[in-house]
Design a protein around this ligand. Structure first.
Ligand code: NAD
Length: 370
């Protein structure tokens, strides 16, 4: 019963799937843990810290393991070297489906961390939420750092400096964390989201919810629905004055399975004041802000536009700690009678299992492959 912790190979990926503290708990649960040398290095967890937690620091994809834990999915070549029946736990984007095909062919059991159902019982395993929290915090910090003025109100003998005006569009997990962080830094925050519950959630963070003369857009599972082109245009028109008045704009809007909604046009950014900052957390999914580029800072008019790229990885230590806790909780759920024995009739296990025993179990992925 061995858990392997992989050293991530993508250059921008600094996180690690389990941190030493979680390794110690899994060892107590009866697992052996093998860590690929330097797996935690970029998240500032040393090989020695893993050894002290009870892990063996020696693993490679041609070694055996019951569970292989990673953040990003393993590349095809590494998957092919694993033994049939090995369980994988990682984020597993199913489009493009090459990795899923390789995992199916190699008869691996692949669990996708982004498919953990968003139900109360699964909250401790919800990696989308834990990583969105990190991204939302980082978005506010980036905005505060790039903005050439104070976030808080300053009343001094030399005069009063007004606080920064921050606008947050999309108030899910990342947006609410961005609001909380910007508030802690002293900014005045306004926010908008299409879900009915959002106004109350925004207000509970101490921000002012923006109410537009538009209906709400609630979709299945507590998520938002996609906008029609007409509604999108109307929403942009109604939001334009708020964007023009903001010193910092943070966007986090997403709709599951779709490209990110375009909430702010280039023209709207061009109307922002000199020195304004835009942080687009949705850049990798197509962007909420027209012209934003993932992993790049560029100027549009007088505004600096920062496009997010693997933002949780930019705070690799805490992001790994939270992700690792999600993984450790999922492994614990799948441990029965001192053995790794996932119960496929459990809603959480069934919800996140993509491939098992040579078959694709996740229906939308199966349809994509056909
Ligand atoms: P997400 O990443 O899919 O989307 C981010 C936000 O963008 C959402 O709040 C969405 O409403 C908003 N959005 C989409 N289109 C928009 C538009 N056109 N204009 C403005 N905003 C737009 O969502 P998420 O943050 O992962 O989760 C959203 C909600 O799901 C949470 O706030 C919560 O209510 C619920 N949730 C529940 C659980 C649970 O019960 N375990 C866990 C996580 C989230």
């Amino acid at each position: 019963m061995k858990i392997a912790v992989v050293r991530e190979t993508r250059p921008a990926e600094r996180r690690v799937a389990l941190v030493p503290e979680q390794v110690a708990k899994l060892v107590q649960l009866g697992y052996e843990v093998a860590v690929e040398p330097a797996a935690g290095e970029r998240a500032l967890y040393s090989d020695d810290a893993y050894r002290e937690a009870g892990a063996e620091v020696a693993w490679g994809a041609d070694h055996a393991a019951t569970v292989v834990a990673s953040v990003q999915p393993l590349e095809r070549e590494r998957l092919q070297r694993l033994h049939a029946g090995t369980a994988l736990m990682s984020f597993l984007p199913t489009n493009p489906p090459d990795v899923v095909r390789a995992a199916t062919r190699a008869r691996l059991t692949a669990f996708a961390m982004e498919l953990i159902p968003r139900i109360s019982r699964a909250q401790a395993m919800d990696a989308l939420s834990s990583q969105a929290l990190v991204a939302g915090y980082r978005a506010a910090i980036v905005a505060a750092e790039r903005l050439p003025r104070f976030f808080p109100l300053n009343m001094t003998a030399a005069g009063t400096v007004p606080p920064a005006q921050v606008l947050v569009l999309g108030a899910g997990v990342a947006g609410l964390q961005a609001i909380a962080t910007a508030k802690r830094l002293g900014a005045v925050v306004k926010a908008y989201d299409v879900r009915t519950a959002a106004a109350e959630e925004i207000a509970s963070m101490g921000a002012q919810p923006i109410e537009l003369e538009l209906g709400t857009l609630d979709g299945p599972g507590g998520y938002a629905r996609e906008m029609t082109p007409e509604r999108a245009q109307l929403q942009r028109d109604l939001l334009a004055p708020y964007v023009a008045g903001a010193d910092a704009l943070i966007t986090t809007a997403a709709v599951p399975g779709r490209t990110a909604p375009m909430l702010v046009t280039r023209e709207m950014v061009e109307r922002m004041k000199p020195g304004s900052v835009v942080v687009d957390l949705a850049s990798e999914q197509g962007g909420n802000v027209e012209g934003s580029v993932a992993g790049t800072e560029l100027m549009i008019g007088n505004a600096l536009v920062w496009g997010g790229s693997n933002v949780p990885s930019q705070l690799a230590g805490p992001a790994s700690r939270l992700y690792g806790q999600n993984v450790a909780n999922l492994i614990t759920l799948m441990t029965r009678n001192a053995a790794f024995d996932p119960d496929f009739s459990d809603e959480i296990v069934a919800g996140c299992c993509v491939t098992h025993d040579g078959k694709v179990l996740h229906e939308p992925t199966r349809e994509l492959l056909e």
